[in-house]
Structure formats: structure tokens, C-alpha cells
Design a protein around this ligand. Structure first.
Ligand SMILES: CC(C)(COP(=O)(O)OP(=O)(O)OC[C@H]1O[C@@H](n2cnc3c(N)ncnc32)[C@H](O)[C@@H]1OP(=O)(O)O)[C@@H](O)C(=O)NCCC(=O)NCCS
Length: 166
């Protein structure tokens, strides 16, 4: 896809971004909405591995990620969201690229994330990365739908892993 994001500013989040991030996620099904407080924590304690995208001073996107504590050479990308009127312009891809550029000196060995089987757009993000980096996209089941309790309210979570060193 052609990316036209020159009007987009990407940066690390500030704690004060937490509320706007919470609102953006609330308006972006099918993402799970976490508490406002969790977005404040992400924006402060995990700011080095999170990204905010802004368009004309407005929040246009957010990406949360962290180095897995027991495997700190692996970056886990958690939630990626772009405001509905800004989608399809390459903003999600730009946030991922900016984060990986920031992490260049961390000796990353792998990138992981989970996707729902029906979410084409989130899978496309990982496929794009695998293409860009020339690495395979390994797929396993992370959580079965039943793990989320009875009622069928949640799809299974598929773990996608990109080994960077192969
Ligand atoms: C997923 C999401 C973040 C993508 O944001 P975006 O800025 O529109 O994505 P980009 O424009 O950077 O596109 C990235 C890739 O995804 C593909 N893509 C984007 N939207 C797509 C869609 N609806 N269906 C299939 N592929 C899609 C693009 O074509 C591109 O792949 P390519 O480089 O091979 O062409 C956005 O659609 C969103 O916020 N969705 C709701 C929240 C969500 O489901 N998040 C993902 C789970 S964490």
C-alpha cells in the first residue's frame, strides 16, 4: 500500500494522553476496552515501547507494545488502533515502523502479537512486517475461545510470531 502520512506526527505517549487513548479504543470495535487507568500506565511506564500518532494536534492512532519480561528480546505488540476516519492511509504501518526504528539497538530477536481470525486488517499488519523484513510468519493458537468464558463472546486468539534472526 502507498503510505501518505507526511501530515502525521508520531511520538512516545505522555501520561496525559491516557484519556484520549481510552476514548479512541472505546470507539474502535472489536478492540477490548481496558480501564482508563491502564492507558495512563501504558503511556507512562511503557511509553518507550508505545506510539501515539497525531494529525493536526488530534489523536489519530495508538500502538501499545512491550518487551516480554521473561523474554526481553521479544517485542509483543498488543493493541493497534487508528481513528476510523484516518484508516487505510498507512498510519498503523507507520507506527509499527517508527517503533521498530526506536528499538533498533535493543537486539530484538522476534516480534509477536495476537489476532482474531476474523480481523483481516490486524493480520495484514503482521503480514506486511514479515514481507518487509523477509521473515516467516509463524502461527499458533494462543488462547482458545473457551478461555474467555462461556457465551461465545470472544474469538480465539492466534499468536503470530516473526523470528527476526532467521
Ligand atoms: C487495524 C488498523 C489499526 C489498521 O490501521 P490502518 O492505518 O488503516 O492500517 P494501514 O493503512 O497502515 O495498513 C496496514 C496494512 O493493513 C492492510 N489493511 C488495512 N485495513 C485493512 C482491512 N480493513 N482489511 C484488510 N487489510 C487491511 C493494508 O492494506 C496494509 O497492508 P499492505 O501494506 O499489505 O497493503 C485499523 O483498521 C483499526 O484501528 N481497526 C480497529 C482496531 C483493530 O482491530 N486493531 C487491530 C487489533 S489490535
Amino acid at each position: 500500500m502507498e503510505s501518505d502520512t507526511c501530515d502525521i506526527l508520531t511520538r512516545k505517549p505522555e501520561a496525559s494522553d491516557g484519556f484520549a487513548i481510552h476514548q479512541l479504543i472505546a470507539a474502535s470495535p472489536p478492540l477490548d476496552l481496558n480501564s482508563t487507568y491502564s492507558y495512563y500506565l501504558l503511556s507512562d511506564h511503557f511509553r518507550d515501547s508505545c506510539v501515539v500518532a497525531e494529525s493536526q494536534g488530534q489523536l489519530a492512532g495508538f500502538l501499545s507494545a512491550y518487551l516480554i519480561p521473561s523474554r526481553p528480546d521479544t517485542l509483543f505488540i498488543w493493541q493497534v488502533v487508528v481513528a476510523s476516519d484516518q484508516r487505510g492511509r498507512g498510519i498503523a504501518g507507520r507506527m509499527v515502523d517508527d517503533l521498530l526504528a526506536r528499538m533498533e539497538t535493543h537486539g530484538l530477536q522476534a516480534i509477536e502479537g495476537t489476532v482474531n481470525p476474523s480481523n483481516r486488517a490486524s493480520r495484514a499488519l503482521f503480514e506486511r512486517l514479515a514481507r518487509q523484513r523477509g521473515c516467516p510468519l509463524q502461527e499458533t493458537t494462543f488462547l482458545e475461545a473457551e478461555a474467555f468464558g462461556p457465551g461465545g463472546g470472544h474469538e480465539s486468539e492466534i499468536l503470530l510470531r516473526l523470528p527476526l534472526s532467521s
